[in-house]
Design a protein around this ligand. Sequence first.
Ligand code: CA
Length: 225
Amino acid sequence: MKALIIEDAPEFVLAVAEILKEAEFEVLVAETGHAGLDVAATDQPDMIILDLGLPDLDGIEVCGRLRSITDAYIVIVTARTADVDLAAGFAAGADDYVTKPFSAIELNSRVRAVMRRARRRTDMADALGLSLDPAERSVCFSGKTAELTQTEFRILGRLLLEDGGVVSRETIAETLWGGRWDGVSHTIDVHISNLRKKLRDIGWPGRVATVRGVGLRIEELPAAA
Ligand code: CA
């Protein structure tokens, strides 16, 4: 798995990188917000450690922009007392936070959360007979491959995380756009209907079911009699 550290303070980068490498992450580093956004778009890391104090862009702004291009697990780094940052960070789509000064125990628990999440997604995909390729943004069933758009891929990834449970449209919107969702749900419906068609086209026998008034669930159809 890949982790991206977006931070300009070298001693912090070194300390975080050491922990991530121990957990067998490939570590990428960007010293500015702009560079971080570029690397995130190109390399699609599984985890992003984002310091909110960056030399070029506002950290919260970077967080929101990251959320619209990646479903990486975003961990914001903030001063121990900055509750305001935390609220804004979560609204912008952050998944978790660590505080400065930096604690290895704290970061390790986030690393484990990322690994659990990746495992849950892979297990669920396996159970449904699907395999996902994040680098190619494709999904494969029984030797047939569908290329997905970034949005379709992220919706599928979010549904797989739920282990057969229902995901609300609001949750999907937050996954895609953080707190910047305009509240118009039919945009999501278009992406979902395209995703459904692509899964049908590769012959996958399951479905992305609409649970009326609640949300969506990915499910395997019972074997035909
Ligand atoms: Ca900094």
